[in-house]
Write a protein of this length. Structure first.
Length: 197
């Protein structure tokens, strides 16, 4: 007897996709997602970064001929009208990241220039160091001396005139530009008198 039954053809199985082909698509997407998230976190951290702080009292700049007298309330400029005097204020970068001070805007019209000098200390006292124009590169946890060049105003007898040491410091750190407004004499009991005082 001859068997005429037809054997069933096995169902064809679809080809299996290899897992690494899927990975070729998913990996770049995940990488881009992580990159975008980390960039946003870094940018937000940079925006919130506020490391600049006044590190000590203001004084006449070290190593220059000075026309400044000490008074019970602070300092008084004794310079002739129209002459210029440098006052310096130590600034600390309290953060771990270096920053660059690109410019400083002073609120007092008597301030005619801004520069900086390194913070050189020997035996606990500041010693003269060369002055430089801005920008100033300030490493993390470093102190730099911000110097205000003050032109002595014409004084009216009996009318006191004090230096306003309020400045806006324009600086850059991490990936963001910043502007920080500081009173360089904040928290200090003494003032700098340009007239009277």
């Amino acid at each position: 007897m001859v068997d005429t039954a037809v054997a069933p053809v096995p169902a064809s199985t679809p080809p299996r996709r290899r897992w690494w082909r899927t990975l070729w698509f998913i990996a770049p997407v995940l990488f881009l997602l992580v990159l975008v998230v980390s960039r946003i976190v870094y940018w937000r951290t940079s925006i919130a970064y506020r490391p600049l702080h006044v590190a000590g009292p203001g004084a006449a700049a070290v190593g220059q001929p000075t026309s400044v007298a000490k008074t019970p309330t602070g300092l008084r400029s004794t310079a002739a009208a129209g002459t210029e005097q440098l006052f310096e204020f130590p600034l600390r970068n309290a953060g771990i990241h270096a920053l660059d001070i690109n410019g400083v805007s002073a609120s007092d019209s008597a301030v005619v220039g801004v520069q900086w000098a390194a913070n050189f200390v020997q035996h606990g006292k500041r010693v003269p160091s060369p002055t430089h124009p801005l920008p100033a590169h300030v490493p993390g946890h470093a102190v730099v001396n911000l110097q205000l060049l003050v032109r002595q105003p014409a004084c009216t007898k009996g009318t006191p005139r004090y230096l306003s040491a309020v400045v806006t410091i324009h600086w850059h750190a991490m990936i963001s530009p910043h502007a920080t407004r500081l009173n360089l004499l904040a928290g200090q009991p003494h003032r700098i008198a340009l007239c009277g005082g």
